[in-house]
Design a protein around this ligand. Structure first.
Ligand code: SF4
Length: 314
């Protein structure tokens, strides 16, 4: 009988669920307990099919617009945040709504409002079309915020008054890319104001730092996360940049074994919206084909939690 090839598995920590995702999922679960199904959710509560399918099984109904929510049912807004027009429309219809926007995204919304109050035009660093970006643009009057996606954009963006500028960022960007973009903006517009560093959240930066730690130690990297999960995509990109071939997979069944081959070692991480059960599933799947040894490489310990809305815990 031939022996299975040996494989060292290094599991990055922190990985997987962040405090904002945990809170958003609990809000849907508690709303289902309190109101009974169906509870409507505007957009995927977090970008993960496994999470969304599980909540759907409990009675959540996912829709993209408020028009699809009946008058007599509660609706939850996703962790990515929504433009101001969405809660306004919900109020106008008398809908019972719960806002699961991550508090760290809400913080960026408040920063945007303050910058506008102070007469600044905002250069917003983020990815066009991402729900968080749409939500943050929707916090300020049209024309007061310009999207900057790349260093090239930062070099070419035209502004009316270079002395009255601010910058803000999406929470789930590449730390390194964002630092480079901010450096260009600061060089071009020395009076620009912004948060200390950027608005990239603790979970995004910790997961990237953990990948930086294990990528040089492994032959391949498996990143568990959805293709539309910004922070998960950044983890795979980062590993590739560090020279370690990486692939983003939804779950174990997505592993392309021809691509995977027979490496001596593999790193595993998971984006902030991917549950730990999917990490274990991947480890088990590797264990079916290889003689695995497994260890966790901890970059930092996370113990962040966010309060739930009072209406759900009272
Ligand atoms: Fe909040 Fe960051 Fe998690 Fe997004 S990734 S939900 S900003 S903690």
């Amino acid at each position: 009988m031939s022996q299975s090839p040996a494989l060292d598995i290094l599991i990055a920590a922190p990985r997987g669920f962040c405090a904002g995702v945990d809170r958003a999922i609990k809000i849907v679960e508690l709303a289902l307990e309190r109101h009974g199904p169906p509870v409507y959710v505007r957009h995927e509560i977090v970008h993960n099919k496994f999470v969304v399918d599980r909540l759907r099984g409990l009675g959540a109904v996912f829709v993209e617009t408020l028009d699809d929510v009946p008058d007599n049912r509660p609706v939850v807004f996703s962790a990515h945040g929504v433009p101001k027009s969405v809660p306004s429309a919900a109020e106008a219809r008398g809908l019972d709504y719960l806002d699961a926007t991550c508090p760290l995204v809400s913080k960026v919304h408040r920063q945007a409002e303050r910058m506008i109050e102070n007469g600044r035009h905002i250069l917003f660093i983020g990815h066009e079309g991402h729900p968080e970006v749409i939500g943050t643009f929707g916090q300020v009057p049209e024309g007061h915020m310009t999207l900057v996606e790349t260093e090239e954009d930062a070099r070419s963006v035209a502004v009316a008054d270079p002395d009255c500028l601010g910058f803000l960022t999406q929470t789930t960007l590449s730390v390194d890319d964002t630092d480079a973009i901010i450096a260009v903006l600061k060089e071009r517009f020395p009076a620009i104001q912004g948060p200390k560093g950027e608005d990239i959240c603790y979970a995004t930066s910790n997961r990237q730092a953990a990948v930086k730690e294990i990528a040089p130690l492994v032959d391949k990297m498996l990143v568990i996360g959805a293709p539309n999960s910004s922070n998960s995509r950044r983890l795979a990109e980062l590993s590739e940049r560090l020279g370690t071939p990486a692939v983003l997979i939804g779950r174990a069944a997505d592993i392309d074994w021809d691509w995977f081959g027979t490496p001596a070692s593999v790193g595993i991480t998971a984006g902030a919206s991917a549950p730990e059960i999917l990490v274990r599933e991947v480890v088990e799947s590797l264990g079916d084909r290889f003689a695995v040894t497994e260890r966790e490489v901890a970059h930092v310990e996370e113990n962040m939690t966010f309060k739930l809305p009072r209406t759900l815990v009272a």
